[in-house]
Design a protein around this ligand. Structure first.
Ligand code: GLN
Length: 240
């Protein structure tokens, strides 16, 4: 019998940072890993807990400003570990509220500054209105389809690559057509929806990075993504 190959997925702050279906990203990674012949192990990290030693993929979601406030200290405490893992090519997907806190800071509408860990060279200021609706992006991973709901307007530094170019929706700030940010295998994005069930090739990109990093090669199975394709087509036709 062949040796079991395990991939550990760590979800950051599932109680504080997990809205609009973000948990679906973890479920999708877990299920697709199984379909590809790997054994997923799903862990959670909450404020105050010891950061786990060995992780292969890290996923984080969005949250209210109050949720971001609750995780700020713990995130800053674990900044060095997260930087080390990012530099070591660990794939990560950070959505909305945690995307903002993987940048320099989020300044809320109340004028409070919630500090981030600056894996992305970007900063976020609350804007005058919430940006809500369906989004389509042109990215290196193909067309990405999702849903955004944020007040924060994120501006990338000149040397910070975006995740994608907005074809429909607002994206980082509603003005410069950029959406999200990428550093090595770390992707930040405003798109919930949730993102990975509707974007299987993006899910497999994260899986491939994790499996190759751990086992040297990735031998994917062919997966029937008919339902995901239908969901993509329906979401793409939706009005903003
Ligand atoms: N609270 C942040 C904002 O409003 C993040 C929102 C979110 O994660 N959906 O911009």
């Amino acid at each position: 019998m062949s040796q079991e190959k395990t991939i550990t997925i760590l979800q950051l702050y599932p109680n504080e940072m997990n809205i609009y279906g973000d948990w679906g990203n973890v479920l999708t990674l877990g299920r697709r890993l199984q379909w590809h012949g790997y054994t997923p192990r799903i862990l959670a990290h909450s404020p105050g807990q010891k950061f786990p030693n060995a992780v292969d993929i890290i996923v984080g979601g969005g949250g209210q400003d109050s949720g971001q406030n609750k995780v700020q200290d713990d995130l800053l405490k674990n900044s060095a570990i997260l930087h080390k893992l990012a530099n070591d090519n660990v794939p990560m997907l950070m959505i909305c509220g945690l995307y903002q806190l993987f940048g320099r800071f989020f300044k809320t509408a109340d004028g409070e500054t919630i500090k981030g860990i600056e894996i992305f060279k970007a900063e976020t200021h609350a804007g005058p209105k919430r940006l809500i609706g369906n989004v389509i992006l042109d990215t290196d991973f193909g067309d990405v389809i999702g849903y955004e709901n944020h007040s924060g307007l994120t501006v990338l530094d000149n040397n910070q690559p975006a995740f994608g170019v907005v074809k429909k929706g607002a994206g980082n700030n509603g003005t410069d057509q950029t959406e999200g940010a990428v550093y090595k295998n770390v992707i930040g994005s405003y798109l919930h929806g949730s993102l990975l069930p509707k974007n299987p090739s993006l899910a497999d990109t994260l899986i491939e990075a994790a499996v190759t990093r751990k086992y040297g090669e990735f031998n994917p199975e062919i997966i029937d993504d008919r339902f995901a394709q239908l969901a993509r087509a329906t979401a793409a036709k939706r009005p903003r």
